[in-house]
Design a protein. Sequence first.
Length: 625
Amino acid sequence: MTKQEIYETIDLTKILDDIEQGKALSMSLPNDGYLFMDRPLPFLCVYRLPSEGLDHIRHKLDGTEASYLVVPGEFREVHRDLLQRIAEKLSDKFGAFLILEMWTSPPDAGAPLYPAIEIMGPADQMPGTVKGFKEALEEINFSIGRLQVTATDSPYRHPPGMRPLLDKEDMKTHGILLLGMEIKAFFVNPETNEPYPIYLRSFRRQMSQALKKAFFNFIRLQTTYEVIHFHRLGTTSIDEKVWEIDREIISIANRFRFLWLVTPTNSQEAWEDFQQNKCLVDPVFHYRMMPVNPERIKRDLYNICVEDVSDPTLAYFFRDKREELVKMLNMLSDRNTPDFLHSSMQVYGGVSEELLDIAQGMLTAIPVDRPQEDTEYVDAAAFLQRSQEELAYLQEQYPELEGEAKISKDVSGIMVSQGTLYISDNYRIRRKRMEALIQHEIGTHVLTYWNGRAQPLHQLYSGVPGYESLQEGLAVLSEFLVGGLTNARLRILAARVVSVRMMTDGASFCETYSLLINKYQFSQKQAFNISTRVYRGGGLTKDAVYLRGLIEVLKYLREGNDLELLLIGKIRPDYLPLIQELITRDILRSAPLRPRYLKEPNEGVQNRLKQLRKGANVFSLINHL
């Protein structure tokens, strides 16, 4: 291909017109080149392909930024012209323009492995822009040590053996700053030239965040471009292939209903047998037939090419969810065996000493609530009617909501699965607790499911790994806000924690059952139900998350944080920075649904929220009247 033919292939006039109109650019260039601009921005990352071998910066880092150019080694003058015209155009638009050329230095065989970066730039930019880059990069840390960053005043800001990208005088004339960044390839095995995957993955995400912070610093100091947060410098458009991966993972997650498969189908019969055996023989539970092959599903999960997702935040979501699903499939394979418990602790965690102390303290501090004989109860039909009214209330806010409530013989009590509320046909509940349970199940579990369904990221309705703790904490909080969190309910949450700890410490079903009756004065049926939930499947530690999650939510409110952000989907606390990043990048949308107690707060709800924000803890929720 001649130089003239390449010029004809690159439609420079159209590229500049698209930039002028604020359009996104995504196009292949001759000889494996590529230009991507999510939108016109005052910076551009440049990567030059080596004539031989694999440049891991090109193949693993280029897709993480919102504006980058991949330049082939051949025909450099043609691509130099393209780069210069783009830089001049955007410098005129924003008052200045930054080009950051990045490359790796080959690893030294036998040399100590340590992460290091050298930034090369002009002396007059050292106190401002270069210092901003250095400070942002120095936040990167690895298990082998913190990243060592040096800044060098140098006219050489390009890879060894290659010509400068642009002429120095032209750059000065047009307000263009060029920085070079040499990255020591600490993440590459010097003997095989293959990357260490974990190091490269960690570096990729941390490097992306650091670069955005550094670009943000440059933009504020040198340009007229308006941006309120460094996350806004990330990509705002996501390739459809990424959403396909998201859908594939969630489609696999929907192939099996985990809780259904680990919930006994003979709870009532087991209770009757337990009584006949004078509560001295551990009950035998039966479960639904396994409708799937866990090994086949795991194979399908690992066939999904998550490693091809260039956006590091979304790639983290996908990897994390895949690993959780694998652990849950392991639990299904090990159902009713000792190994079930080991996987359960990996997914749901155990009970820490601190959490155990709080639970035991609550059981001591809360008086035993003995229901009065004249207590009014509602049956399954009445609860169904009230549930349907609440679903209709949510549908008024979000007509796309298709959730329903139904009575079923296949559940014990009530449960929400995939946005639908199932109510046992023999369900009974005290009337004064009904509104609290409505907000727990529909105002939290159903609502967050459909808020998640309204997002392009399907994981938000299916649930990110470990979402249960925050989800159940929110649900219990809603019970308190509507005035229906009773002492009896708090005692059950605490008893679940104690029971999980008993089980993980090796106690039998009968031993835990006896403790709940003799020490904590639960009724026989209550003690059986609590123990059944904990020992089902072979040992399910999930029930500890209710109290743990409530404690997390109360801490979150004491710190002055926004409660509604937690309702965007089924998330966990340490995902909040990622959620906020995706919101800032316009990838996630505002949640369409708000629970009744926040959309129409009465005086009681407002007073309880104020109480929580002032510093309440779980002991403050005890009703001492």
